[in-house]
Design a protein around this ligand. Sequence first.
Ligand code: FAD
Length: 393
Amino acid sequence: ARPRVVVVGGGAGGATAARYIAKDSKGEIDVTLIEPTRTYYTCFFSNLYIGGFRELSSIGHTYGTLAAEYGINVVHDWATGVDRDAKTVSLAGGGKVPYDRLIISPGIDFVEGAVPGWSTAAQGKMPHAYKAGTQSELLKRQIMAMSEGGTYVMVAPPNPFRCPPGPYERISMVAHYLKANNPTAKIIIADPKPNFSKQALFEEGWAKHYAGMVERIGPDFGGENVSVNPDTMEVDIDGEVVKADVCNVIPAQKAGLICESAGITDGNWAPVIGHTMQSRLDENIHVLGDASAQGDMPKSGFSANSQAKVAAMAVRGALTGSKVFPAKFSNTCWSLIDTDDGVKVGASYRATDEKIAKVDGFISATGEDAEQRKRTYEESVGWYAGITADMFG
Ligand code: FAD
């Protein structure tokens, strides 16, 4: 019988890994992909949807090609548990799927009680929009419905979290929309972190494009001491109560819950060996993307895609004896600040026995000319087309 690989989660990590294993093993490995949603909305470029630069439909992707062209068994269901001794994954719809190697890339879930007053039950009133799709739509609708001169509050997350520049790109996109449609509106960020990704670039851009609109309250001013009341739409920032028209709560994060059920977490995340992305707690399981604790890489779609290729090579090597090369990784995180004003930060990485370690990096400079910024934005559009083709075929 052919060796079996089961992949849990059809996002940036999981879809890429499934596709590479099926493609490169040329039918030698039986690949099953378990993913509950039929349309996966990328978080990447979901901020551009909020800013009006993209339609929601343009960031939705389906699994038809992975099934039809690559012969992957796509199962639309939730994985509810992993029996690591029997090597099976159980499904919400009933039944168990056996594996020789299991790849888990479930993304994030939220730490309960991280923002007092907020729970996932409140996400219909105070959206996180940190999983894309209906949450992104809701947040956009709320922003469009803000009263004239109203207030948008973001409760930003503590480190580590998915997409370090993501909250700040979002602020830029919300400001872009409000500047055109509700120019006296205000944006407040309550932030528990003393500093954040590409901070100088964002702050320069906000001053240039959205002067006076954005106020960030860092930990020195109580930005880490926040509670919310979804019924009254009040946000308490260190004793100061703000009435919000929109309150975008992005709570502290942890590995997708299936990692806890599988018993492969240590604290909030699932530790892995960088050389192969194998779990440090079970050599038959590989963990990719946001859920993994791997070292220096940020939690991004680019990182998850890069890690997936390393895991795919390691899994094929283990199951079919194909050649395995030393693990190399890369990442770039682009952000759009305003029309044609794109910035980026990135690095290359290699695996050591302890972790995935940064080799060298780069970042856009403040004060760059408009041509350079436009090129950076255009590069991100090309990257989006490339990574989604790499994931979904
Ligand atoms: P995901 O892509 O989230 O995939 C996880 C999948 O697993 C989901 O489809 C989910 O339905 C499924 N799943 C979960 N649990 C189960 C289960 N029990 N059974 C079966 N399936 C399950 N990254 C970039 O590189 N560039 C960007 O510009 C960028 N912008 C971003 C902007 C925002 C606003 C946000 C929120 C994120 C952004 N990211 C960006 C980060 C990027 O989206 C994530 O880092 C990336 O999606 C992680 O990939 P993953 O495979 O770990 O998780």
